[in-house]
Design a protein around this ligand. Sequence first.
Ligand SMILES: [Zn+2]
Ligand SMILES: [Zn+2]
Length: 548
Amino acid sequence: MTKKRLRVIPLGGLGEVGKNMLAVEYGENILIIDTGIMFPENDMLGIDYIIPDFDYLLDKVDKVRGIVVTHGHEDHVGAIRHVLQEIQAPIYATPLTRGLLEVKLRRGGKLKDADLNTIKAGAQVEIGPFNVEFFHVCHSIPDGVGLGITTPAGLIVHSGDFKFDHTPVDGWPTDFGKLAEFGSRGVMALLADSTNSDRPGWTPSEAVIDPALDDVFRRAKGRILIGTFASLISRIQQAANAAARHDRVIAFVGTSMVENTKIASKLGYLDTPKNLTVSLDQALKMPPSKVALICTGTQGEPSSILGRLSTDSNRRFNVQPGDTIILSSHPIPGNEEMIHRTINRLFQRGADVIYDAIAPVHVSGHASQEEIKFLLQLVKPKYLIPIHGELRHLKQHAALAREVGIPAENIAVVENGTLIEFQDGKMMVGDRIPGGYVFVDGSVVGDVGTRVLRERESLARDGFVIVHLVFDSKTHTVKGKPEIISKGFVFVPEATELFDYARDIIRKLASDPDQKDMKNRIEKELSKMFYVETKRRPLVLVLSSETK
Ligand SMILES: [Zn+2]
Ligand SMILES: [Zn+2]
């Protein structure tokens, strides 16, 4: 019988897709699993990315014994700089994941302070009271691992992001043997990927992409551009192989694409023969039919290569008629609108665009329903905590678990911040710790509140109005005619009446003997009036100077 309780604290990735982070706590010891980021939703203008809220750990930083990173995707590694800023603990990762972490840390100037430890799938490491066994899992990036964590309270298995692909690009399937071995040892709790829990059947193997790419390469007469994530190393390999089969050279385009492929090649996870790869400059000088460019920007991000190409604002080259553009990725939920807009614009510029609705140029890296059930059968956990997914995914995962015989009371469907405790082999779902979004805006962390977001939204959608008035504090009157300047709001020559009306409102409010909050009241009243009159909400700013 154990005296202390084991706690599992999901800090990100439960109830949402992205920013995965989880802590396992036993007495005075904490193990962190993953430090991911999430990309902002459409309505969060000007936000670069969102990191997990790990306030829970801040008064326990000296108890953190280690940080384990399961694989190199942004939603698992992206927040590492921000976590290391507060928590100095050794990091454990496989060679490729470590390489990608180093790229991130170097960019943030944090590499020299980081205590990075390379582990390989199959290794076992003691981290405080936790014995962590790393096992290989298939995913859309090589060198991913899941974790078997032996704690004083029992064995926990964490799946990482996984699929059961029998013919993966790197020829290295998920370690079924290890999973079965955990199962025979007795697993107290399984924490498993829920991303595709609403997809019936089995996720297709990465192998199905090759013939689809061949088909596109065979038909394309001009240049081929392949858009994918810079961290989708397996897909980049497949694109490179297709180019080699069809006698084209490849060039990598985009900073993160160039950096990631460089490190993956150096470590042996990306195999591109020397004469296959050329620089972008060389590629642009070659006949279009001999070239394939592998670039970033499948989510329609305006600053990515494909995003810039779609708006004709890329520096080095433009889309030309005859280009074939392959989008080899799936839309991250919420990005669909932006992606479709980008696809339409690329068509407008004369390119032929192939995306996964048209041809199987993408497969998911996550397990579908039959694979999830298979994992449950192999591991045979007493308790299940579905992780990595929106609430609907977590709920669906729970339904699958009930199908294979796990009692409903042994499944904890919880969102970020809910404490789950284990004692004497029993699971208890505890309170939810407060937490929310932490926004990262360039270099600023955390202090971009919703108000700033709302202001940016107004600015982007409806422009702004600045009012300048000269106020006589003795007579409580506005001197002369308040000056009104607007940008992006209305066509000024046609807004004379509207602005005259605004000036009436300003004069009236300014003459109120109660001068408290006068500027604020004018801003509010004008906003209201502009909305009523124009159905738009510009940002209104009042500046006043005083004469005595
Ligand atoms: Zn992943
Ligand atoms: Zn993930």
